[in-house]
Structures are given as structure tokens and as C-alpha cells.
Design a protein around this ligand. Structure first.
Ligand code: PRX
Length: 640
């Protein structure tokens, strides 16, 4: 498809004024088994059906359609600095592996619409499993490998998977975490039980197999070595996957996505936003457990006919397991990476390494570094920009949107970035800033409000919350008074040039090292400890991780308050409990004990005031505060 547009403003305008014509054109970027009959059906807002009547398949678009032109070219480049494994799969080899996995899943009874929960480390087999699900029309639900049994169990009970695909273990910084016992415990805790569990044995940890339920990938792979499994012709609106994300309540939401709209959105973003071409190499340092991993490790680059690097390990260790802050740059050089995608946190980690490492490798293939997931602070952006000498493109989006919502579309028109701003609204997105209390649109420059999206939402955007349309509507579309608009739950402003600045969440979601976590989930885990009477968890600004979780606990036994040894013991137990329930990613950085928590007279916990105190800011209007001493106590505990 020729790039007919010269100005982004014109491109954007067409996407808003003539969405059907615009998206019908974008839809040519993918293969369709049957053409669609209607581009956008938004008869029942806020639900949107894209490309109705069309039939397609994500796996076909990611793998099969490239076989004729680039079957021998690299598709999946697997690199683990944890195990020293490095392996490239061509599109042809990926095609074979995916069919072996698809045949195995089918043999386990998985068919269209069945859920397959994937709880895996960053190994190539995780990609095979996702693509195999897409191939046969099963819905994959990838759960981040850093989550523990409690989180996993609640997701099993929500997704109701027929099959779970997992592995013996993950590894981080050389430390092996056995997944199988965590999975067994999760299945024990959950009410729903999967019919079968497929396990990849990496040789890292022994597995206690449950006869009649657990199967080994090596056995099934051998059995289906020569399997031929065709791609199912799926409705464009068929569910491709769900991915759980945190919100205001403790119960995670299964963000649900379609097939055709998602494929088109990703194909379009690879061209217009990431400015990439088939045959090049893309390197996203995220994890398949997050939305970035779905969109820009697996589907986006492969749909675009690119090789994608799947990296397991830290940015600070080399293939021999020894400290090496240049590992990512060595991969850029070796695989001639053209576009790299990471998070500000990772750059802040790299900033502590020897700056000479950036000069040691030939990074001339790299055209841009994309950063997302949390605010990009100016010193970090400047440091990496000076070091790499390529544009650093901040991009703002959410699990819910599936692809960037605010950034710069350099593939359409090169535009300058502004430090601190991800950019301007992307095509298809009607972004507004509204007053959170009145719902009135704020049109003036630098007026702070909530960032919202007016429907119809573009292709690739979440369809609904899995099995819960009412929650989808009530949570996202009814939070702004008097208006049916989608709330991002982020504060923002827009400057006089139309550039947006994101100023943090309006809800209780926190962002720790680029990981989205709900403080309510952490509170629920902590309050399950017998010695805990009450708890408040807040996100506190952190120079390296962006935010860290801090817990304030009212112990049942007040003697803990004056007994340092008892407090330390309880703090350790609480952290261990969070590790066991949710995983170490959610562990608070500190637990402080107090005799009371600051609440309003009506009993509402003032998390925001606690957060402000922790960050040394003014706690704002405290006229509704019931017990001012509680806040003072928190201030004192922070100093002690
Ligand atoms: O608060 C915003 C922040 O991360 C949230 C979404 O996180 P998640 O669902 O994990 O999706 C990440 C996809 C990249 C947002 O609501 N956020 C994400 N990107 C940025 C950001 N905040 C500031 N600037 C960004 N570029």
C-alpha cells in the first residue's frame, strides 16, 4: 500500500471524519480469507465490531502468509542470558513448531473458543503456544510468569481454561523459580480445574507430574513432528485472547480482544508508528505476560514480516551469566535491530552502567527507540538520546487499547518529540481531556483533567471485559459524569501545540518498574495475615522503578508498634505472604506499622494523602480528615 498521505494532520483527520474509508484501506495490510461486509458496527455503543463478515486468522497473518516470500528468513530469535540459549527460527521453522503445538492442543481437546491459559517464562515455546491458539481459534490467556499461586488461581477461575501450558521453571538473575509447584498450588486453590496441563521441560527444575493430567511437550512434539494443522477461518470479531490487568478493585479484569481488528491495528501501527519494514528486526524487551509482549514481541513484528527478538534475562547480564551492561546493544549489533521497544525503568537501570558500552557496539541499524509503560522523565530521555543518537519515541497506551494511543507517527510524517510528552493522539483515537467532576471538556492549554476517549474506539481496542459486559460499561464508560466516554484513568494536560502530557493515574493503579499493579490486590493479600487489622498500600515515587509500593499496617497486637524485633518479623512475614499470593513483583518495598490510618469522617481511606506525605508533598485539603494524628504518625514513621 503506497504511503499516499504526506501530512499527519490530514491522515488523522481522515481517520476521524471517514473512519470506514480509512480503516478499509488499513485492512489491506493483512490477508483476509473472506472479505468483510461492514467496516465498523457501533450500533450498540460502547461496543464496537470491526470488519464484520470478514474472516481471517492472526497466526496466518503472523506466520503462514510470509512463507512464500520469506520462509527462510528469521522470524523468532530467542535469546536467554539466563540459560545461555540462543536460537533463531525461520518463518518456515516457526510454522512447523506452531503446527506441532496446535496439533498437541487439539489432541488435548482444545477447539475454537476454548481457553488455554499460558503460564510461562520467556521461552520460544510460549510464542508457539500463543500462535497455536490463534491458529485453531482457541482463546489464549497469558499470565505473567512473575505472578504467584494466588493471582494465578483467580485467573484460572475467571478464564476457565480447558488446558494450561506451562514449564518447569523460570530464571531471573540466575535464580531459578520452579513454576510447576506454583501452578499445582494454583490449581489446588482454584475451583475450576483444567482437563490437562502441557509442560515444557527446560531442565531447570524437577517436575512432579500428575498422571492423567500432566503431559510433556517433548512427548507431544515428537508425536506431532509432522503435523499439518490449517489455520481456522475465524470471524473478524472472534475473541483472540484475554489478558488480565489491574484496576480499582481487587478482582483483575480480563481485557478481551478480537481477531481482525487487532490484526489490522497492529499491521497499521508497525507501519505508521514504528516505521518498520518486512525483513528487518524488531527488539522489544518486554515480557509475553504483558500487553506489550502480545502486541510487540509476538503479533505486531511477525504480522509485519519482521524477525522479533524474544529475550529472557536482565539488561545487565551477558550470555555467560556474568555482568554485562552491553548485552542488549550487542543484540542490536548482531541482529541488526532497526526498532527497539523498552520501558523507561530499563533505561534507568542501564544508566548506571558504563556509558562507554553504548559506543562499543555498531548500532547503526537502529532507527528509533520506543519507550512506554510509565512516564518518561527528561533526564532519562536525554541520557539515552545522547547515547544512541536516534529518536527516542515515548508512547502512551494501556492494556485496554492494545496499541499506542498517544505518540508520534513517524511512519506517516516525521514530527519533533517534546521531552515529557508522548506526543499527539494517534489516528482513530478521539482523545479529550475532561473535568473529572463535571465531565466538561477542557479545551484550553495546560488545563488538567482526565484523559478520555470518545467512541467508537478504533480497531485493536478491547472489545469488553471477558464475561462481564456490565463491568466493562460501568468501569470504563460511566466514570465521567454525564458523558459516555472511555476513561483512561490517567490525568493529563494538552499544551498549546496539541501535545499531551500524562500526569499519573486517577485510580489506585500503580506502576512498579513498568509493571501495572493494583494496590487493592496487594492490600487484600496483606489483610489476609492474621496479625493485620488494617492496611493501606500506596505507590510512592522511586528514582529507579518509577514507583514502589509501600504498605502501612495497623497490627492487631499494638505491642508490635513499640517492639522493633516484632515489627521486623511481621514485616518479613507480610512480604512473604505477598510473594506467595501475588509474586515478588507486588511485594511492598517497605511495611510500616501505625496505630491508625487516615480516613475521612465517613470512613474512606485517604490513600492519596498518605501518598503525598510519603512523597514529601502537601497532603491537600484535609478538612474531611477524621483523625489528623494518623497522618502525622505516618510522617513520623517515614522518618524513623
Ligand atoms: O498510567 C499509564 C501508564 O501505564 C498505564 C497502562 O499500563 P499497562 O496497562 O500496563 O499498559 C502499558 C502499555 C504500554 C497507563 O494508564 N503509561 C503507559 N505508557 C505511558 C504511561 N504513562 C506515561 N507515559 C507513557 N508513555
Amino acid at each position: 500500500m503506497p504511503k499516499a498521505h504526506t501530512s499527519y494532520a490530514e491522515f488523522y483527520k481522515q481517520s476521524i471524519d471517514q473512519p470506514d474509508a480509512f480503516w478499509a484501506e488499513q485492512a489491506k495490510l493483512i490477508d483476509w480469507f473472506e472479505p468483510f461486509t461492514r467496516v465498523c458496527n457501533d450500533d450498540k455503543p460502547p461496543f464496537v465490531h470491526w470488519f464484520e463478515g470478514g474472516k481471517t486468522n492472526l497466526c496466518h497473518n503472523a506466520v503462514d502468509r510470509h512463507l512464500a516470500t520469506r520462509g527462510e528468513q528469521a522470524a523468532l530469535i530467542y535469546v536467554s542470558s539466563e540459560t545461555g540459549v540462543e536460537k533463531t527460527y525461520s518463518f518456515g521453522q516457526l510454522h512447523l513448531e506452531v503446527q506441532r503445538m496446535a496439533a498437541s492442543l487439539k489432541a488435548m481437546g482444545v477447539g475454537r473458543g476454548d481457553r488455554v491459559l499460558i503460564y510461562m517464562p520467556m521461552i520460544a515455546e510460549a510464542a508457539f503456544a500463543m500462535l497455536a491458539c490463534a491458529r485453531i481459534g482457541a482463546i489464549h490467556c497469558v499470565v505473567f510468569g512473575g505472578f504467584a499461586s494466588g493471582s494465578l488461581a483467580s485467573r484460572i477461575d475467571d478464564a476457565l481454561p480447558k488446558v494450561i501450558v506451562s514449564a518447569d521453571a523460570g530464571s531471573r538473575s540466575g535464580k531459578v523459580t520452579a513454576y510447576k509447584p506454583l501452578l499445582d498450588e494454583a490449581i489446588r486453590l482454584s475451583s475450576h480445574k483444567p482437563e490437562a496441563v502441557l509442560l515444557v521441560d527446560r531442565g531447570l527444575a524437577a517436575m512432579d507430574m500428575t498422571p492423567g493430567r500432566d503431559l510433556r511437550w517433548s512427548d507431544l512434539r515428537a508425536k506431532y513432528m509432522h503435523a499439518v494443522v490449517a489455520c481456522e477461518a475465524l470471524d473478524s470479531t472472534a475473541i483472540s485472547y484475554t489478558i488480565y490487568t489491574s484496576g480499582t478493585t481487587g478482582k483483575p479484569k480480563g481485557v478481551q480482544r478480537d481477531t481482525g481488528g487487532y490484526a489490522v491495528a497492529l499491521a497499521a501501527s508497525m507501519r505508521h508508528i514504528f516505521d518498520c519494514n518486512a525483513g528487518e528486526t524488531y527488539f522489544s524487551t518486554s515480557d509475553i505476560g504483558w500487553v506489550v509482549g502480545h502486541s510487540y514481541i509476538i503479533y505486531g513484528p511477525l504480522i509485519a514480516g519482521m524477525a522479533t527478538i524474544m529475550y529472557e534475562g536482565l539488561p545487565t547480564h551477558g550470555m555467560d551469566g556474568q555482568p554485562n551492561g552491553g548485552i542488549w546493544w550487542s543484540l542490536v549489533e548482531k541482529y541488526k535491530v532497526t526498532a527497539m521497544f523498552s520501558a523507561p525503568t530499563a533505561v534507568r537501570v542501564l544508566k548506571k552502567q558504563d556509558p562507554a558500552l553504548l559506543k562499543k557496539y555498531d548500532l547503526s541499524s537502529l532507527r528509533a527507540l520506543y519507550l512506554a509503560g510509565e512516564p518518561l522523565d527528561e533526564p532519562t530521555a536525554r541520557w539515552i538520546s545522547d547515547g544512541l543518537n536516534v529518536p527516542i519515541i515515548d508512547n502512551y497506551w494501556q492494556t485496554e487499547t492494545g496499541w499506542p494511543l498517544i505518540t508520534i507517527a513517524n511512519g506517516v510524517e516525521k514530527k519533533p518529540s517534546k521531552f515529557g510528552s508522548p506526543g499527539i493522539p494517534m489516528y482513530g483515537y478521539r482523545v479529550k481531556i475532561v473535568n473529572e467532576l463535571t465531565g466538561d471538556e477542557l479545551t484550553g492549554p495546560n488545563e488538567k483533567g482526565v484523559v478520555v476517549i470518545e467512541g467508537p474506539t478504533p480497531p485493536g481496542f478491547m472489545q469488553t471485559i471477558w464475561q462481564d459486559d456490565a463491568r466493562f460499561v460501568n468501569t470504563y464508560w460511566k466514570s465521567v459524569p454525564g458523558k459516555m466516554v472511555y476513561s483512561t484513568f490517567d490525568w493529563g494536560i494538552r499544551d498549546e501545540d496539541g501535545y499531551y502530557f500524562i500526569l499519573g493515574r486517577t485510580d489506585d493503579v500503580i506502576n512498579v518498574a513498568g509493571h501495572r499493579l493494583g494496590t487493592r490486590e496487594i492490600e487484600e493479600s496483606i489483610s489476609g495475615h492474621v496479625s493485620v487489622a488494617e492496611v493501606a498500600v500506596v505507590g510512592v515515587a522511586d528514582a529507579l522503578k518509577g514507583q514502589v509500593a509501600m504498605a502501612f499496617v495497623v497490627p492487631r497486637d499494638s505491642s508490635v508498634l513499640g517492639d522493633r524485633a516484632a515489627a521486623m518479623k511481621l514485616e518479613g512475614e507480610i512480604m512473604k505472604r505477598v510473594d506467595g499470593d501475588l509474586g515478588a513483583v507486588a511485594r511492598p518495598s517497605r511495611v510500616r506499622f501505625v496505630s491508625a490510618l487516615p480516613k475521612t469522617r465517613s470512613g474512606k481511606l485517604l490513600r492519596r494523602a498518605i501518598q503525598a506525605v510519603c512523597e514529601g508533598r502537601d497532603a491537600g485539603d484535609l478538612t474531611t480528615l477524621d483523625d489528623p494524628a494518623a497522618l502525622q504518625q505516618i510522617r513520623e514513621r517515614l522518618l524513623s
